[in-house]
Design a protein around this ligand. Sequence first.
Ligand code: V1S
Ligand code: CA
Ligand code: ZN
Length: 390
Amino acid sequence: NYRVARPQGYRVSWHANPAVEAHHFGQSHPMKPWRLTLTKQLVMAYGMHHAMDLYLARAATYEEMADFHEADYLDFLRQVMPGDIDRPEQSDNVIRFNFGDDCPIFDGLYNYCSLYAGGTVDAARKLCNNQSEIAINWSGGLHHAKKAEASGFCYVNDIVLGILQLLRHHPRVMYIDIDVHHGDGVEQAFWSTDRVLTVSFHKYDKDNFFPGTGALDDTGPSHPLNPGAHHSINVPLNDGIDDDSYIQLYHEVIGACIATYRPGAIVLQCGADSLGCDRLGCFNLNVRAHGACVAFTKTFGLPLLVVGGGGYTPRNVSRAWAHETSILLEADKILDPTIPDSVAFRNHFGPDFSLFPPLSELRKLENKNPRPYLAGLVEAVHEQLRYIQG
Ligand code: V1S
Ligand code: CA
Ligand code: ZN
């Protein structure tokens, strides 16, 4: 590996398979794997591919996915075909495994799932083998998938598979989720163990915002015999949170969690639907603020697995993930904030061609998170951390 002697910075590995990008959920579906193409084009136009180890992600095997998922569910996922959604003989399984409008059955579904999952498993193994300090898979981060159920555009929970790999080498792993939605699938997968601390920041409205879970007092099943009690941290937010509030909250919550829990590795889900102007999101964050969370997480110097997640305005998803790649490479200060002329699909970034458009101004949402509310959240997290040992 040529990069062992990098004078400053960490070895960063990039895990991707371009075949993921070609899958289609359907015309009106908000999840567009094509956003990964746009991200890659930006990363390459800035020359960042020269500063990372690039790996072609292989498909996760059935057995690897069975580390978390039930065989019945994987068998269905493997053999199902687009027309099955309307076939009476498949209707029991379609309902049981929650396929439908949110989780459609499209061409190449199993291939899509195994490729994004393979990227995260590979990335985790690179960290475990000490072959890189930071491993990135922007196609992963599909945090809603359950053991035997698809949910919220997620079919295979690559994050859970990645954490299971990290747990082979690290006594404690911390999971951080800045997607605008609650990271319910990852929380649930580990809610009986004290070896994973999950922390999700999200919009919370039990009745009107998907998935409706992640209240402040949802801290994991609190039976005295459950070692995982108190090991789910939820930071429920209202519409319109702005840059300064979010960054301060992130620093206070994550700083305290890491100091108390002392994880050996961190998994960071960077869902970009927490940006302003997102098609499904309702926060008011700019690209720099989203990136500031990544930068702060990196300062702890722990092995870091970075995955994507939601993000439904592709031009902004790609801006955020390209900027965050530059932060992980310590190249953010030298990137031109004007998007290079050479980038493919440059028309998507007009009329400003800026890496940092004023998202918080373009769709102004009232910030319904007053300072005392946020102070109360931090206080509650500190209180919860008193039950946790590192
Ligand atoms: N919000 C939202 C939303 N929009 C859709 C949707 C819209 C058009 C389609 F053709 C298909 C689906 N579904 C939802 C949410 C799911 C959000 C998932 C976020 C995933 C993630 O970013 O966290 C990680 C990748 N679903 C719902 O709100 C459920 C419904 C209640 C309403 C929408 N219909 C389609 C299903 C039931
Ligand atoms: Ca979240
Ligand atoms: Zn989301």
